[in-house]
Design a protein around this ligand. Structure first.
Ligand SMILES: [Zn+2]
Length: 360
């Protein structure tokens, strides 16, 4: 085993270069891989097992991402020390994309939560017709049908960004600690961004492998998709409770951007962000609005075509949240479009003097 490399700078200040593993701590490395999006990278993590590595997340399946892996695998600290197992935080292509490719190359197992494995399998199904599956929801929420079809036809296919997974993927129990890279980790399930997202908190309190559940600088996409959670924002905010209790000295190792301290403080910012978006949506609904009409309100700018799908999903999530809280009501108009409006509060009897005395 090589001598562990001491980080030259504090880990949250480290200069992270794509394709070059960066030491975070003894036996814990960050590898940044390229993504072909506005968000142009993902961080995956390498945990030193002595005779090899546990890998947490894998990168998307693109030629650039494979090239970055080839470079990383040929140089220290990875060269000559194989990957031993893969743990995937959730089913999104940037996280699971190369899991099957790496698993086949090293003959190693892949671990995922049951909830993430199920949706990955559904999305990867070659018989899936994304246009037929999503057009009705997008039409109902105000997108012109032709635009919905055009955007869906252009959306990158999951199966093209995700290499086929091994025939057997091990489902991961989230109720027991995992020992990875010589440390014990407590699984924490996150919801809302994906159905059963896995974060791992080191029992020592030093680190959290956060996945996408809590990100610095950017907010995880919380969106409604057909066949998924109808109120993912509720699920997301509820599951943030487990993250709000994390010690300020725990270093968050996120899937995107730079590691940070202060998970709870970041959770407070994320909550405040959604509160302010909800308030803006509510204010806009004084007249009946479709979700599509709501996009400029929610995002403060016109969305580019390739952003509309995610933006619409995110806007539906905010509208559904407010409707479930009883603050908005919706109905279908004659054209089959769903319009949201401030809910009329249920008539409450005027407070009696006696009630006023009892409930000051
Ligand atoms: Zn994600």
């Amino acid at each position: 085993m090589e001598a562990p490399q001491t980080p030259r700078t504090r880990p949250h200040e480290a200069r992270i270069e794509t394709g070059r593993p960066c030491a975070i701590a003894d036996g814990l490395w960050l590898l940044r891989l390229p993504l072909p999006f506005a968000l142009n990278h993902i961080n995956v993590y390498l945990l030193d097992e002595g005779d090899g590595w546990t890998l947490v997340d894998c990168g998307i399946d693109t030629p650039d991402s494979r090239r970055a892996w080839e470079d990383a695998l040929a140089s220290p600290p990875l060269a000559g020390r194989p990957l031993r197992r893969i743990v995937v935080t959730h089913h999104h292509p940037d996280h699971v994309g190369l899991a099957g490719w790496l698993a086949a190359r090293f003959g190693i197992p892949v671990f995922m939560t049951a909830g993430e494995l199920a949706v990955s399998g559904r999305y990867a199904d070659a018989r899936r017709d994304v246009v037929a599956e999503r057009t009705p929801l997008w039409f109902e929420h105000g997108l012109p049908r032709e635009l919905a079809v055009e955007l869906l036809q252009r959306m990158p296919r999951y199966a093209l960004q995700v290499h086929a997974l091994p025939a057997q993927v091990a489902t991961l129990s989230t109720s027991a600690p995992l020992v990875l890279g010589g440390r014990r980790w407590r699984p924490i399930v996150g919801r809302g961004h994906s159905p059963e997202h896995l974060s791992l908190l080191a029992e020592s309190g030093e680190f959290m492998l956060g996945g996408d559940q809590v990100l610095p600088q950017i907010t995880p996409n919380i969106a409604v998709w057909p066949g998924g959670d109808a109120n993912p924002l509720r699920s997301y905010l509820d599951s943030l409770r487990d993250f709000a209790a994390i010690d300020a000295r725990t270093l968050l190792l996120p899937s995107h951007k730079q590691p940070i301290y202060g998970v709870a403080a970041r959770v407070a910012e994320l909550r405040a962000h959604h509160e302010s978006r909800l308030a803006a949506v509510l204010a806009a609904c004084s007249a009946p609005m479709t979700c599509y009409e709501m996009l400029p309100v929610l995002f403060g700018r016109p969305l580019r075509n390739e952003e509309i799908g995610f933006g619409l999903g995110e806007a539906i999530a905010h509208l559904n949240f407010l409707e479930a809280e009883g603050r908005l009501a919706s109905s279908l108009d004659a054209a089959g479009r769903r319009r949201f409006c401030i809910a009329t509060p249920p008539a409450t009897p005027p407070a009696t003097p006696e009630r006023q005395r009892r409930d000051p």
